[in-house]
Design a protein around this ligand. Structure first.
Ligand code: ATP
Ligand code: MG
Length: 565
């Protein structure tokens, strides 16, 4: 066994204990059991990380199992994207890919076994009547009039259900447990329903389908899962899973519940994410604003960052909510280590350096990654006409603004000190170009006379720049809890109208020409960016993954608050 190395948590402690006592003969077998009814989201990453991470740490195995018991909402598209995503996160189920639908014949046999034991019966009540007779937390339910059917009659009816003799919803198979149980899940739950629907794998072979609760625990049992890890809302279902397993006398996995991941400004419900896609609020499941793993990936988040985030948030027995900022922190930390630094200008302002020789080009040496010496250096062309960021120039600089303004000297990153002489405006009075002089003595960024400048700004050479579209993102929702709405509104009322801003005229240094989709960079002073698959030859598209912390924005908002705005 590899020595334990993962972050400690209560599930890990249970596994360590079970290994000590030999509860499962030293085995650790887990599974990740998604329902293929949507794309995976960041919440699933926590479950994947736990199931695959814990098993790997203790020399165990993890299965990927699609819980495909609901033919109406499931699609092969989802199956494919889920597999792709789990692999991207860095995990491998090897040859252990399973489907709950593989177990339909076995589950059917087990249903017959329970009928023969007098523990299941065919009920003719409608779904509505079943609901009505279920009782409440304070009142017991009412026993179904069909509860005492003979075994023979039940076997006959169940076989005819399977043979397709009855329409959808006409009958169900129910477990015969206890209509007065304090746990509502034990009040004769439905095991099978009639549904004449095509299944993505079994086609029209079946017209009765097991309920999730009748399939889930037994699927774990078939796969000899040791630690069946699931989220807290299934705690109340555990007695039912245990009841089925014991009534059938089959191998008994141990279910352990943990807290779901919730994030501020984020919705993690496949149903709601699907409605965002279907109603065109986002561009698709992989829209970089989506909390889906395909969206997060397209935005430029790394699997390493997600795994370290999962390690940091911990695992507990009570539901809480995690700051979105913590996720972004892990993304920044990881990208800071690995992303190449480059210069790009999002909102270009033309700068002419009047005393720089026309036609001259110098190659400036630039460091690719100060965090990683092995990343080396590159050469960035410098010439007489450059672009800088519009916001790096103010004609009328406020206090504490140290960037370029008339008469002010600043450093151009990896190049020279420049001093602004004057600005050129258009008819509307907007600055369209500024003029500067440079000090040839300051090549590389230092003045021989030791004079200092208070700021360093980035730039690109106009003649050499490559054009780019840059997509800036804000939180998809403007409320910390997107579900908190006024009466008559739904969560879409909390969508942030500014969640996407497209900058069509950005300019990037020439080393970015032809960058492959998925490549990640730090644009100096601006943030981390990732090449979007919408890029084509000669047309780069970048997503802003996450901004760098912007001290100026902080000063500005503090000043505004101070001024009573
Ligand atoms: P959703 O409510 O988003 O549809 P789900 O629980 O129905 O999610 P499944 O496909 O059934 O989605 O989930 C597969 C596994 O991922 C389950 O074990 C589930 O408990 C876990 N999971 C789902 N959402 C989260 C979350 N937010 N945090 C942690 N684990 C989660
Ligand atoms: Mg589900």
């Amino acid at each position: 066994m590899t020595p334990p190395s993962g972050p400690s948590n209560f599930i890990r402690d249970i596994i360590i204990d079970d290994l000590k006592t030999g509860k499962f003969a030293g085995r650790v077998q887990t599974r990740f059991p998604p329902e293929p009814n949507g794309y995976l989201h960041i919440g699933h990453a926590k479950s994947i990380w736990l199931n695959f991470g814990l098993a790997a740490e203790f020399g165990g195995k993890t299965n990927l199992r699609f819980d495909d018991t609901n033919p109406e909402k499931e699609e092969t598209e989802y199956v494919d994207s889920i597999m792709d995503t789990v692999r991207w996160l860095g995990y491998d189920w090897e040859d252990r890919l399973f489907y709950a639908s593989d177990y339909f014949p076995q589950l059917y046999e087990w249903a017959l076994q329970l009928i023969r034991a007098g523990k299941a019966y065919v009920c003719d009540l409608s779904a509505e009547e079943v609901r009505k007779t279920r009782g409440t937390l304070t009142e017991p339910g009412i026993e179904s009039p069909y509860r005492n059917r003979s075994v023979e009659e039940n076997l006959d009816l169940f076989e005819r259900m399977k043979a397709g003799e009855f329409p959808d919803g006409a009958r169900t198979l129910r477990a015969r447990i206890d209509m007065a149980s304090a746990n509502l899940n034990l009040r004769d739950p439905v095991m099978y329903r009639i549904l004449h629907a095509e299944h993505h794998r079994t086609g029209s072979q079946w017209c009765i389908y097991p309920m999730y609760d009748f399939a889930h625990g037994q699927s774990d049992s078939v796969e000899r899962v040791t630690h069946s890890i699931c989220t807290l809302e299934f705690e109340d279902h555990r007695p039912l899973y245990d009841w089925y397993i014991e009534a059938l006398g089959i191998y008994h996995p141990q279910q352990i519940e943990f807290d779901r991941l919730n994030l501020t400004y984020t919705l993690l419900s496949k149903r709601k994410l699907l409605s965002l896609v279907q109603n065109g609020h986002v561009r698709g499941w992989d829209d970089p604003r989506m909390p889906t793993l395909s969206g997060i990936r397209r935005r430029g988040y790394t699997p390493e960052a997600l795994r370290s985030f999962c390690g940091a948030i911990g695992v507990s027995k009570t539901n809480g909510i995690i700051e979105l900022g913590l996720l972004e922190h892990h993304v920044r930390e990881d990208l800071n280590r690995r992303a190449a630094r480059v210069m790009a200008v999002l909102r270009p302002l033309r700068v002419v350096i009047d005393n720089y020789p026309e036609g001259q080009v110098e190659e400036m040496e630039a460091v690719n990654n100060p965090e990683d010496a092995s990343a080396g250096t590159r050469r960035v062309p410098f010439s007489r006409v450059l672009y800088i960021e519009q916001e790096d120039f103010r004609e009328d600089p406020p206090k504490q603004y140290f960037r370029l303004s008339p008469g002010r000297e600043v450093r151009l990153r990896y190049a020279y000190f420049i001093t602004c002489t004057h600005a050129v405006k258009n008819d509307r009075g907007e600055v369209v170009e500024i003029h500067c002089t440079y000090d040839p003595e300051t090549r590389g960024g230092n003045a021989p006379d030791g004079r200092k400048v208070k700021s360093t700004i980035h730039w690109v050479s106009a003649a050499h720049a490559v054009d780019a579209e840059v997509r800036l993102y804000e939180n998809l929702f403007s409320k910390e809890n997107p579900n908190e709405t006024k009466e008559g509104e739904d969560f879409t009322a909390n969508l942030n109208p500014h969640s996407l801003e497209v900058l069509a005229g950005a300019k990037a240094e020439p080393s970015l020409a032809g960058a492959a989709a998925g490549s990640r960079y730090q644009f100096e002073r601006l943030g981390y960016f990732c090449v979007d698959p919408d890029s084509a030859a000669g047309r780069l598209v970048f997503n802003r993954t996450v901004a760098l912390r912007d001290t100026w924005a902080k000063i500005q908002s503090r000043d505004q608050k101070g001024a009573g705005h």
